[in-house]
Design a protein. Structure first.
Lengths: 111, 115
């Protein structure tokens, strides 16, 4: 079955700097890759996703890149703000199979 | 449009008891998935229901079960609770169970503590 590895497990950045979180997946048939942000006491919030027919997708300060050959995808957050502090999860699926999540990255943005 | 709602938000149960958790999906969403979140194992898939039918099932013992009603609301049940069942149980809804409408939106979760 699918296996998703996520790195790093913790990340601290200065406010205004960029943050990058990386994930690798094992199932070459996976074609849907969402990213979730989870704040304390809340459920995961879908922040961006990408499908296998595109290599990059942007939404304001957030971007996701996908390299299907290498089977890895990354989340990029630019101009980080204190409210970006949270746990971020990547996930992968074939589209009709359950999401398989990475272990999460705790991002701290230091003002 | 209201988001995914889960009740109750917090539960404390004793070993051996059973528990039922409820999830109401976003209006119009027909697929409901359940996940268990723990610090050690992360987010693990329990099962998915679509149009009252179980579509997928994760690797959990038979003590974990679920169902979906005709209005797409879903319940999950855990019988004979064990200490290791303490976790945040998350429900996620999506328009469909496959394809481009697969985006899943999570509720706030039910925090279950087993003593």
């Amino acid at each position: 079955g699918e296996n998703v590895e996520q790195h790093p497990s913790t990340l601290s950045v200065q406010e205004g700097d960029s943050a990058v979180i990386k994930c690798t997946y094992s199932d070459s048939a996976s074609n849907y890759f969402p990213w979730y942000k989870q704040e304390l006491g809340k459920g995961p919030q879908l922040i961006i996703d990408i499908r296998s027919n595109v290599g990059e997708k942007k939404d304001q300060r957030i971007a996701v890149t996908l390299n299907k050959t290498a089977k890895h995808f990354s989340l990029h957050i630019t101009e980080t703000q204190p409210e970006d502090s949270a746990v971020y999860f990547c996930a992968a699926s074939r589209g009709n199979t359950p999401l398989v999540f990475g272990k999460g990255t705790r991002l701290s943005v230091i003002a | 449009k209201a988001g995914v709602t889960q009740t109750p938000r917090y539960l404390i149960k004793t070993r051996g008891q059973q528990v039922t958790l409820s999830c109401s999906p976003i209006s119009g969403h027909r697929s409901v998935s359940w996940y268990q979140q723990t610090p050690g194992q992360g987010l693990q898939f329990l099962f998915e229901y679509f149009s009252e039918t179980q579509r997928n099932k994760g690797n959990f013992p038979g003590r974990f079960s679920g169902r979906q009603f005709s209005n797409s609301r879903s319940e999950m049940n855990v019988s004979t609770l064990e200490l290791g069942d303490s976790a945040l149980y998350l429900c996620a809804s999506s328009l469909a169970s496959s394809g481009s409408q697969r985006e899943q939106y999570f509720g706030p979760g039910t925090r279950l503590t087993v003593t």
